[in-house]
Write a protein that binds this ligand. Structure first.
Ligand code: SAM
Ligand code: SF4
Length: 325
């Protein structure tokens, strides 16, 4: 079991397999980075897998593959198979923008994946293009249908921004509800890489929109769930992820491994330790894992009121496409 200094059990590892992405989401990677990390500086699947085995042996029960866009890294299905073969009852999931999903979903399923979160922020062609700079809404919609048809447990993630897609809260909600899949609205988290004029829609504003149309009730929080869950009077459950809320950190059970090999205890702070070059030593990796968990901060300092934002040199300058979100 991995317990941090604030008595939280850490059992969830997010693994970013690439920083690269085929979208340019305005809140994540509005511009292509000046240069990508050279391939030789990234962990190979074998190196990641060496660490994952140690993590599982020490108590990690859930692994999410993320990125950048994980489906742009070749042979992802083989990596999934490696993990699944090592521990078939691991809770293994993937987060993707959905663009390449239709062509890959069958082999991902065959490799042992059965849970996918797909990010979609707009159902309108123009807005979708404005947010992602890619004119591929239909491919993402096809990816969602293909995942559902393949029998995957699918969830949708939508970042809601003021004046951009706030008018789509109900259409995204109905879209997910009609397909019997859960949607989670995510509050935009400010970060240095994002396009600077974006304004978050706060959870209470999103809830106001939904409760104007539906009778909703908050569900008792599932332990360690990043999302607060709500149910409407037809029994449909949706979620809101609010990193600005204290409860987000109180039950935080996760650490992140970047594609370069940085093990990151908190999205908000710069601290990390690298496993690059250490993956042949079980002892070194175990030591780093335990140190990172021991040093996991109590909470992030995101604030809706930017004047309250703390002036702290240790605040992370990493992009979300680097940490995997
Ligand atoms: N490319 C994949 C995707 O978009 O689903 C996986 C990586 S992406 C970094 C993971 C999640 O982080 C996505 O759901 C995305 O919407 C979310 N995300 C990225 N930047 C964000 C930000 N600034 N605030 C809130 N969520 C963000
Ligand atoms: Fe790419 Fe995902 Fe970031 Fe969008 S949110 S730019 S799809 S990594």
């Amino acid at each position: 079991m991995l317990i941090d200094s604030f008595d939280r059990e850490v059992e969830y590892l997010r693994v970013s397999v690439t920083q690269r992405c085929n979208f340019r989401c305005q809140y994540c990677m509005p511009e292509k980075p000046f240069e990508w990390t050279p391939k030789e500086n990234l962990l190979s699947y074998e190196e990641m897998f060496s660490f994952i085995k140690i993590a599982i042996d020490n108590g990690i029960k859930k692994i999410r593959i993320t990125g950048g866009e994980p489906l742009v890294r070749e042979n992802l299905d083989q990596f999934i198979k490696m993990i699944n073969t090592y521990k078939s009852d691991i809770d293994l999931a993937l987060t993707t923008n959905g663009y390449l999903l239709k062509s890959q979903v069958e082999k991902l399923k065959k490799a042992g994946l059965n849970r996918i979160n797909i990010s979609i922020d707009s159902l309108e062609k123009e807005t979708f293009w404005y947010l992602t700079k890619k004119n591929v809404l239909q491919n993402v919609l096809d990816g969602i249908d293909a995942a559902v048809d393949a029998g995957m447990i699918v969830k949708l993630n939508s970042v809601i921004l003021k004046d951009i897609n706030e008018n789509e809260v109900m259409s995204l909600y109905e879209f997910a509800k009609n397909r019997g899949i859960q949607i989670r609205f995510i509050e935009y988290m400010e970060n240095e890489s994002a396009y600077s004029n974006l304004k978050t829609m706060q959870s209470k504003e999103i809830l106001e929109i939904i409760s104007g149309q539906q009778l909703i009730q908050e569900l008792v929080a599932k332990e360690n769930s990043a999302a607060k869950l709500y149910v409407d009077n037809s029994g449909y459950t949706f979620g809101i992820i609010e990193p600005y809320d204290d409860s987000f950190c109180k039950t935080c059970n996760r650490i992140r491994l970047s594609a370069e090999g940085d093990l990151i205890p908190c999205l908000y702070y710069e601290d990390s330790q690298s496993i690059k070059g250490k993956t042949s030593s079980k002892d070194d990796m175990e030591h780093i894992l335990k140190e990172v968990i021991k040093n996991k901060p109590e909470k992030n300092r995101w604030s809706h009121n930017s004047t309250e934002t703390v002036n702290n040199e240790n605040i992370s300058s990493r992009a979300f496409y680097f940490t995997g979100g």
